[in-house]
Design a protein around this ligand. Structure first.
Ligand SMILES: [Zn+2]
Length: 462
């Protein structure tokens, strides 16, 4: 009897200190973290801008790949990878995921490879090669770095899986508003404008991983905004790099992990200076800290994962005559793209007419996480939230970054995100008019396979 009373008192005390303790074992997860410094130790070309004329010249702050392994009460596992990289090219991502399946038995559904899209990270093999003025020696260095990175990421995932301990996991959305829709606002006057045009997504999704002693193991956070404050020739994670540094400084021992949202048409404005990158990093870290300080939603220990690739149609590629004319009138990367295309066409090579586009859903407790490939425009995040609930988390730049992914409206409007970025990424044609319906329909169907439906799906009984 006295034992029972004692147990009850201890339980009430723990519940008072930490409300999550009043929850039962259904909220008990396991998790492990690992990270590695991927800063190249020699000059290498920086990714994201075609205008650079020389490789890297030193480091502003180190760049990282970070892993968070999670396991629910039934033993179902997943690994989230975040990275200070422009994007994971398909071949590299496929290699990593095939090795992870072989070595650790995890399927593509169980791994998310997200990239922050920093424009001060390294060029990787087979990514945007037309836009960089690379010679053979630079290409060889990139090839070697990419191969080494692939092996190291597989090892990193192994480390995170090998070192798991008991945790509780929480989720909640915060808010920050330094992004600006770059298609619908003029950058040159941004600093003075008071009325900015959308669409926007101000959400700062946060996942908190708390150890049994209530110290923080990891915080995962996102934002939908290009890391294009900096175009310097030094390695950095741009504003997400500064945000992670701030959070890790304020919470010693915790691993801070940033994921990029649907930030393809969002820029941090004004931009272009290191103090601005630091300012936005601090702003984002402050938004995350506020969420950590308030009550967050505890996630029941139930993990469901699903992955598929839908075929996105491309329009007809240009003819030999059209390419010949294009090469005569264009310059720079447009010309390099045209010449490569023309040679392929003359060699009788078939151009691709579709692209296998990755879609992924995780449900952790009742938290929905949607991960999509490519440079995802903000309209997709808004639509997915309208369908699946505004507390859903949306990641772009996941598993394969093959080009921009415009909404139907942006495709119709054209411009960089709707049309010319296809050349930057080396694709032969524009996306077909059905891109948006294919992606949204594909995601709805994928979500159904693991029982994820709209929160408004019930007519009665709610
Ligand atoms: Zn971009």
């Amino acid at each position: 009897m006295r034992n029972t009373v004692l147990h009850l008192l201890v339980f009430l005390l723990l519940a008072w200190i930490n409300p999550a303790f009043s929850l039962d074992a259904n909220f008990e997860w396991k998790a492990g973290v690992a990270k590695m410094d991927i800063t190249p130790n020699h000059p290498l070309w920086l990714a994201g801008y075609g205008g650079r004329t020389a490789p890297s010249e030193g480091t502003l702050h180190p760049i990282w790949v970070k892993a968070l392994a999670m396991e629910d009460a039934q033993g179902e596992q997943s690994v989230l990878i975040t990275s200070d990289l422009l994007g994971w090219p398909k071949a590299l991502s496929d290699d990593i995921r095939a090795a992870v399946q072989r070595k650790y038995g995890l399927s593509k559904a169980q791994i998310i490879l997200n990239s922050s899209h920093t424009h001060t990270g390294p060029v990787l093999q087979d990514a945007l090669f037309d836009i960089y003025p690379l010679d053979d020696a630079e290409r060889e260095k990139i090839k070697k770095y990419s191969a080494g990175l692939s092996d190291r990421v597989v090892d990193l995932i192994g480390q995170s899986l090998a070192d798991m301990e008991s945790v509780r996991i929480y989720a909640e959305n915060g808010v920050a508003r330094f992004q600006v829709n770059r298609r619908n606002n003029e950058e040159s006057t941004q600093a003075r404008i008071t009325d900015l045009n959308g669409p926007n997504d101000y959400a700062v999704p946060v996942i908190k991983v708390e150890k049994s002693d209530q110290s923080l193991m990891a915080v995962v956070f996102g934002y939908a905004c290009h890391p294009t404050v900096l175009g310097i020739n030094q390695w950095s994670g741009d504003y997400p790099g500064f945000a992670q540094l701030e959070l890790e400084k304020d919470h010693p021992g915790m691993q801070a992990m940033f994921f990029q949202g649907a930030g393809a048409d969002q820029n941090p404005i004004p931009r272009r200076t290191i103090p601005l990158a630091r300012q936005y990093g601090r702003t984002l870290a402050a938004a995350v800290d506020r969420v950590l300080e308030e009550d967050m939603k505890p996630l029941a220990s139930s993990l469901k994962t699903a992955y598929t690739e839908v075929s996105l149609d491309l329009n007809m590629p240009p003819s030999i005559e059209e390419l010949t004319h294009h090469c005569e009138v264009s310059s720079s990367y447009q010309k390099r793209w045209g010449e490569r295309m023309l040679k392929d066409a003359q060699d009788g090579k078939e151009f691709r007419t579709s692209y296998p586009y990755p879609l992924q859903v995780w449900e952790m407790g009742d938290q929905r996480i949607f991960a999509l490939g490519g440079e995802l425009l903000v309209g997709y995040a808004i639509q997915l939230k309208e369908i699946f609930g505004y507390d859903s988390f949306v990641m772009g730049y996941s598993n394969d970054v093959m080009s921009y992914i415009p909404t139907a409206r942006v495709l119709h409007e054209g411009g960089y995100e709707g049309a010319s970025a296809q050349v930057v990424y080396g694709l032969p044609a524009k996306w077909s008019f059905n891109i948006e319906s294919t992606i949204i329909h594909g995601m709805v169907e994928l979500a159904k396979t693991i029982g994820v439906q709209s929160p408004q799906s019930k007519l009665i009984g709610q």
